[in-house]
Design a protein around this ligand. Structure first.
Ligand code: L14
Length: 338
């Protein structure tokens, strides 16, 4: 359990990564009560300096004793490192908020989106999981609909930015684009196929059932966060040549009938959601507009005319912020407020 203090010793593990960088900026921007900050990363990055509130902080590599005296550790250094170091950190009395997929479905670990299930933070045992980026933005939009009309089934297709994979994927998209526009061949290192001028129906590994791991995360994590195993979810996750901001086409079947207007009204009043829905003026959420924004943007809200109680919507958010760093910091904020 987190001891209530005026200011906390905070660690960012994976501080040099794309999400780590956003975690640092989010802590600064939201004025999180930081007493002391420590940055950790792999051996190659140890010794580098990163700024926090204008001061140089040296990046450290991790060892058994690293977490002594740390109150809160935000992890975004990949599943393997979380698997090893999150329990070590928790054992030394630190509360871990882990952005990897390593602990999300562990029944002893709460999986939290504060707008949806902040109450699940009460039973953490030292590790709290930050959900998958695509899942987070979807459940923020689903929750008010579920509360009003009970969701029976969700069919989601995602259009995911390359920044989810990290900096090297952002570099690859830009380099391939530049190379192709200059009549050079595109090199593929990060993804199995060219991502520039292309669309890949493949995110994370393929599993035996023919789905990708990313697709099954959306199925399993949605039920856990919403606290309702009866919601049926099926997903297709797709990589698009966008740097930042995931988009999702979400089809929802509800028990109770909701009009498109009622859904617009529910979402307009929901925490963390902004409705952007004026198609007659070409206004709808776009990943370019969501870059650097905190909220989940919803538009194209319309009734699914193929079934009696159905809604279609288009959901966009910054995958590095609400999809990762911001959600993690919001979890820390709830912990420190209680
Ligand atoms: O958090 O976009 O489970 O390649 C792993 C795949 C994050 C996104 C997670 C990607 C995801 C990542």
């Amino acid at each position: 359990m987190l001891q209530k203090k005026e200011k906390y010793v905070v660690a960012v593990v994976g501080a040099t990564g794309a999400v780590g960088n956003e975690m640092i900026e989010t802590l600064e921007k939201r004025n999180f009560p930081v007493d002391k900050i420590r940055f950790f990363a792999s051996e190659n990055s140890a010794g580098k300096k990163l700024k926090f509130r204008g001061k140089d902080i040296t990046v450290e590599s991790i060892n058994e004793n690293s977490f002594k005296g740390i109150d809160i550790a935000l992890f975004s250094a990949g599943g393997e490192r979380s698997k090893i170091w999150a329990p070590v950190a928790a054992a030394s009395g630190c509360v871990v908020i882990d952005n990897s997929s390593q602990w999300r479905m562990d029944p002893t670990v709460p999986l939290v989106v504060p707008e949806v299930n902040a109450h699940d933070l009460s039973w953490h045992k030292g590790i709290i999981a930050n959900p998958n980026c695509s899942t987070i933005q979807m459940v923020v939009a689903l929750k008010p609909v579920h509360d009003a009309a009970r969701i029976k089934r969700v069919v989601v297709t995602t259009f995911q930015a390359v920044s989810g994979t990290g900096k090297k994927a952002m570099d690859e998209l830009m380099k391939q684009t530049a190379d192709l526009l200059n009549f050079r061949e595109a090199e593929c290192k990060v993804y199995p196929h060219q991502i520039a001028f292309n669309v890949l129906p493949h995110i994370d590994k393929f599993l035996e059932n023919g789905y990708t791991k990313e697709e099954m995360k959306m199925v399993d994590e949605t039920k856990k966060i919403m606290g309702d195993q009866s919601i049926k979810v099926t997903a297709t996750t797709v990589r698009v040549p966008v740097l930042r901001g995931h988009s999702e086409s979400v089809n929802i079947e509800t028990e109770k009938k909701l009009s498109a207007n009622k859904v617009r009204e529910l979402l307009a009043a929901a925490p963390g959601v902004i409705v952007v829905d004026a198609p007659e003026k070409n206004i709808y959420p776009l990943p370019l507009h969501c870059d650097g924004k905190d909220e989940v943007f919803v538009g194209r809200i319309r009734e699914d005319e193929s079934i009696s109680n159905g809604i279609n919507m288009w959901v966009v958010s910054d995958n590095l912020l609400k999809g990762a760093a911001l959600n993690a910091v919001q979890i820390a904020e709830v912990l420190t407020a209680n």
